[in-house]
Design a protein around this ligand. Structure first.
Ligand code: FEO
Ligand code: CA
Ligand code: CA
Ligand code: CA
Length: 540
């Protein structure tokens, strides 16, 4: 790996300005990154303007090919699922040009899968239709290879291709059965994730309550919360307990096994970002993507396993990680019967010990050189935070096992900085930051989001004269979100999910997007692979 060129000093002034809510661009009399033009020396491309075309647009110097789209035939009776999100690459036998590509299938759009929109129709899906919907969620493992012309493709029919769905039986790794079971039916709401040093993928169950609902505990009594239209439609055929969802799931692509890791807590897990400690144990950072929920850190008890360990919640006002160990905390012992109950009711436990409510924590990435932990806070509209921010933790003495840190704002969203609602992050091999934003489809094009237009992918240099500036690289089709950024190890390819184009379509006669096929076609979420001379230059 080429050493990153990042220096903390480069960012000091910008951090201060952004913390104060003032961007360097605004001070320079420049209103928004789209109007900023680099001086020619720093960037090998001209950033895109905001746009609302029903296209996947890239700045000049980049190009792309579609790797796989919804319902693509993977061979052996397998089909690619819906609404692809997190992507992670694991080399096969250390080859940079052949690997397993994990892809999350976060949810599905009933209109495109079953043929009606529950928001505008009283129709209820049949069991056969629900079974088909269950197949659309979870994840895919693709056997991918770079071909002789330098493009990535998946090998249709390879025995390494796999599907994990809403039907897959997955063990619950816990101290005791959960709602009378040690196995859960399926994984769902798989948003972002991570990868372990021992060659497994981590996939995170985020908005699980949309599928089998949620429970609440009043005076110690467990009861179902009122169902939404969507979760009621699955529950009429499969009465699965909500407590079987909301976990981080570990997937072994070689042995073809999966397990739900309850020790990391149960909440709307956005991501699971892994850092190895010098003694071989690992730290996993994860955010709870719900307004006023928290950021967590898990430290494993031993190397090569996340089955057991200690979970902490961030008190960012005090700069402390607070333990959620039932054994260590009398307050937790008073309110919960055991550690498993603390983990199931993690949100309640976190608030009890002083976890700080955040503005919807989304993705988490660790800078490869500084070790600082960057977290996107996408927004908190009820609190008047419409554009979100990127914050960072600086662990004390750069020790990720420490319970102390400094907490700072790195970049504020808004018109001055040219982005809103940050979601996914990735550091490239040079230590520069890439970010994809997620303005929700029904908010796009409306105040206060008008000027941002379609959701986009941005490049943020971390050093040099452009440090901390935000440059638009790609613009997604109508109502899509760009997500799941994953750099291939070849130094010239970036996998990216184009998720939910046309999601706000009311019915099949009024589709709002036809990407990628065009014409009158139904829109399809797809994984694209970005390449091109500009990307190669940025990564070399
Ligand atoms: Fe699935 Fe929080 O994004
Ligand atoms: Ca996300
Ligand atoms: Ca990421
Ligand atoms: Ca999001």
């Amino acid at each position: 790996m080429t050493p990153p060129q990042f220096t903390e000093c480069d960012l000091k002034r910008r951090e201060f300005l952004c913390f104060m809510g003032i961007s360097g661009l605004a001070l320079a009399g420049i209103t928004g990154c789209s109007q900023y033009r680099p001086n020619g020396s720093a960037l090998p491309f001209s950033p895109l303007e905001p746009m609302n075309a029903d296209e996947f647009m890239l700045a000049k110097g980049f190009n792309y090919k579609i790797l796989v789209s919804e319902q693509a035939d993977l061979g052996n009776g397998l089909k690619f699922g819906c609404n692809n999100d997190f992507i992670s690459y694991l080399p096969i036998k250390n080859r940079a040009y052949e690997g397993y590509l994990w892809v999350n299938h976060e949810y599905y759009t009933r209109l495109f899968v079953t043929g009606f929109n529950s928001r505008y129709s009283d129709l209820k899906p049949t069991k056969k239709q629900v079974d088909h919907e269950l197949y659309q969620v979870g994840g895919s493992i693709l056997h991918v290879k770079k071909n002789k012309s330098g493009h990535w493709e998946y090998l249709k029919g390879s025995a390494k291709n796999q599907r994990i769905t809403g039907h897959t039986q997955i063990p619950l790794i816990a101290d005791r059965p959960i709602v009378n079971s040690t196995v859960a039916m399926g994984t769902l709401a798989n948003c972002a994730g991570g990868q372990t040093p021992w060659g497994t993928f981590l996939t995170c169950e985020e908005n699980y309550d949309n599928f089998y609902g949620e429970v609440e505990f009043k005076n110690g009594q467990r009861q179902m919360k009122s169902p939404t239209a969507q979760d009621a439609s699955w529950r009429q055929y499969y009465n699965n307990p909500p407590e079987h969802y909301g976990w981080v799931v570990e997937v072994d692509p070689v042995n073809k096994t999966q397990k739900k890791l309850t020790a990391l807590g149960r909440f709307a897990h956005e991501s699971a970002t892994v850092h190895s400690l010098p003694d071989g144990r690992v730290v996993v950072y994860s955010g709870d993507d719900k307004a006023n929920e928290c950021i967590y850190k898990f430290i494993s008890d031993r190397p090569n396993s996340l089955d057991q360990g200690e979970l902490f919640v961030a008190n960012t006002e005090k700069g402390e990680w607070v333990s959620l160990s039932w054994k260590k905390n009398l307050l937790l012992q008073k309110n919960f019967k055991d550690q498993t109950e603390v983990l199931i009711r993690c949100r309640e436990a976190a608030k009890l010990v002083g976890g700080t409510p955040q503005d919807r924590p989304e993705d988490i990435e660790i800078h490869p050189e500084t070790g600082h932990v960057y977290v996107t806070l996408t927004n908190n509209k009820a609190k008047g935070n419409f554009h979100g921010s990127i914050v960072k933790f600086e662990p004390q003495n750069n020790d990720h096992a420490s319970d102390r840190y400094t907490f700072k704002t790195f970049l504020a969203g808004g018109e001055e900085n040219g982005f809103s609602c940050p979601d996914n992050l990735a550091f490239d091999r040079k230590g520069n930051l890439w970010m994809a934003c997620d303005i929700s489809p029904n908010a796009l094009g409306k105040a206060p989001y008008n000027s941002f237009k379609n959701n986009s992918l941005f490049y943020i240099p971390m050093s040099g004269s452009d440090a901390g500036r935000v440059f638009r690289v790609a613009s997604g089709p109508v109502e899509s979100e760009l997500t799941g950024l994953c750099f291939a190890p070849d130094g010239e390819s970036l996998f990216l999910s184009v998720q939910h184009p046309g999601e706000a379509s009311k019915d099949m006669n009024s589709l709002t997007s036809h990407w990628p096929m065009g014409g009158n076609a139904t829109p399809q979420s797809s994984v694209v692979c970005i390449q091109g001379p500009a990307l190669k230059k940025l990564l070399s």
